[in-house]
Design a protein around this ligand. Sequence first.
Ligand SMILES: [Mg+2]
Length: 228
Amino acid sequence: MNKEEMNPSYLILDFDNTIIRGETMDELARISLSNSPEKDKIISEIEQITALGMAGEMPFDESLSKRIKLLKAHKTHVGLLISTLKKRIDTSIINNTEFFKRHRRKIYIISGGFTSVINRVLEDMPFNENQIYGNELMFDDGGWITRVNKENFLSKKNGKSALLNSLKLSGAIATIGDGFSDAEMKLSGEADMFFAYTGHILRESVLHHSDFTVSSFDEIIQLLSEWD
Ligand SMILES: [Mg+2]
């Protein structure tokens, strides 16, 4: 690893199981299906699809549309989802708020989750809203979530790499996340290094693609000694 790579110009952060503990879709399912007699069965099905996607065993676009069909979520569920996720922000991010404030222009969030949800969950945190990228939820006339906007890069296979490419950032880029889609940005050559984040979940199939395995943002900040 050369010095430039140890001193990246940009950090790309994942959201689910990185910035927050848990997966947005799994949490939304717990809320939207809370009164369903088939709740446990459908939630475990959704969790399995999430895990397959994150391990790289199911293409992301397929895993996303399968889960949205199973969710049966309404826009009234989204408010509860946001308040649930706000309580799940990684404590090592909260404890390093000053670092994130200082470096906010160099930090992007690229997530397969939903921009409207992420913006609200992080509204009191030092991230720039115009540097947060996620999927766009689409509702029908009755307010039910039916799909995501398919024009968005992030709804597609290897979408994080395509989105990152579209940002045209110059300089070395480090990605941080728990899932295969985060490793994929390095594997596709769009990013220079990948930190596997194990603070919330450890996915063996992702670890072997990583330059570093880190379990908290304290460890990441130590590795980025050149940033201060
Ligand atoms: Mg993740």
